[in-house]
Write a protein that binds this ligand. Structure first.
Ligand code: ZN
Ligand code: ZN
Ligand code: ZN
Length: 373
């Protein structure tokens, strides 16, 4: 998917407006997902400064892309001319931060990309000693949080792709294999089913399932294990999948596990149903947490209920206690409560949902029961 030029132009306009509203004179965006969102592409950040310099509304200077001369060809595929973005190159030996300072014309309030390397942050500070620096992430999140139809279509495709991997889980989770061996097969399937790479593969078997961000180990998967499988990656468009299912290997687990799992499943279902425009993000978290807490597992649900997703796997809005952000159509995020019994087992169920005009659409639809493989 290459993003239409008109859409990118609109994003640049809105970014300038949001910056003005946030009391910022200039956005300085180094390569990363923010830049990809604004320009439709971009390379990696490294020690040579590349950045988009975008004035807030009312700032006279046109947007400019500062780029090392030797890397200019790499930017040829982007519609910079059409977007009115001036390309300003620099060669080794020049001070690129002074170029930014010249373009800025002495701004007092600079917002830099959240992922800008610290070396560049300090370089800009030296070149613009009087400037106040803040983070641009919040400004750009105001745009990125609400997905347009094309972005939702990409997230939907990503959801379908990761569902196809979960559908094949019986090929990978076999007694006698290590988590790492199962994970290698899953990673290959993530690519085979349409992602450009596996961004993360969590296979938490038995007691490892009780560590929410466990990745892979040499633990051998045994019959009777409960296994948490949390996987995802980007499509070529950059939009990500992220989906968790919990499986039982070879035999049904004991009643105590099945009862706790039923609580989790009810909590995840209720939280998904709570998603609609006008509801606070924290209310979705509270919905899941209330059910888990009433069943006595409150302290075992050790993380927030979810996170926004798009060009980043984790982005705004966060579905967490204290977040009073009101949900709006187009917002996309995970609903992923978990129950973790240290030293024993863990379970998590995760779907990506998109807020619609009157409710929510789930982008994952593999069975949410404790499937025995
Ligand atoms: Zn996570
Ligand atoms: Zn996940
Ligand atoms: Zn997630």
């Amino acid at each position: 998917m290459s993003t239409p030029v008109e859409l990118l132009a609109e994003r640049l306009r809105r970014a300038a407006a949001e910056a003005a509203e946030a009391g910022v004179d200039l956005l300085v965006v180094t390569p990363g997902t923010d830049l990809r969102y604004l320009l439709g592409g971009g390379g990696d950040s490294h020690e040579r400064l590349t950045c988009l310099v975008l004035g807030a509304d009312g700032h006279a200077a046109p947007p400019a892309l500062v780029v090392p001369k030797l890397e200019q060809p790499g930017w040829a595929g982007l519609p910079l001319d059409e977007l009115g973005v001036e390309v300003v190159t620099w060669t080794d030996g020049e001070d690129p931060y002074l170029l930014v300072s010249d373009l800025a014309g002495g701004p007092r309030r600079l917002a830099v990309a959240d992922s800008m390397p610290a070396a560049h942050v300090f370089g800009l500070r030296d070149a613009l000693p009087g400037a106040r620096q803040s983070l641009a992430g919040g400004v750009l999140a105001e745009l990125r949080m609400r997905k347009d139809a094309a972005e939702v279509a990409e997230l939907r495709a990503a959801g379908a792709a990761i569902d196809r991997v979960h559908a094949r889980m019986g090929e990978f989770l076999r007694p006698g294999r290590t988590e790492a061996q199962a994970g290698a097969g899953i990673a290959a399937a993530i690519v085979a089913e349409g992602h450009t790479r596996a961004a993360f593969v969590i296979v938490g078997s038995g007691p490892n399932g009780a560590s929410p961000h466990h990745d892979l180990s040499d633990r051998v998967i045994r019959a009777g294990d409960v296994v948490v499988v949390d996987i995802g990656g980007p499509l070529a468009s950059g939009y990500n999948s992220d989906c968790t299912r919990t499986y039982a290997v070879a035999e049904a687990p004991p009643a105590a596990v099945r009862e706790a799992y039923a609580v989790l499943q009810a909590a995840q279902e209720a939280a998904c149903r709570a998603v609609r425009p006008g509801v606070d993000a924290q209310e979705v978290d509270a919905t899941a947490r209330r059910i888990i807490t009433e069943a006595g597992f409150g302290p075992r649900f050790v993380h927030r209920t979810g996170h926004g997703i798009g060009l980043d796997v984790h982005e705004a809005p966060y579905i967490v206690d204290g977040n009073q952000r009101v949900l709006e159509p187009g917002m996309a995020f995970s609903v992923e409560p978990g129950i973790y019994l240290e030293g024993e087992w863990g379970a998590r169920i995760e779907d990506i949902v998109v807020v619609t005009e009157d409710g929510a659409e789930r982008l994952n639809d593999r069975p949410r029961d404790l499937v025995v493989l």
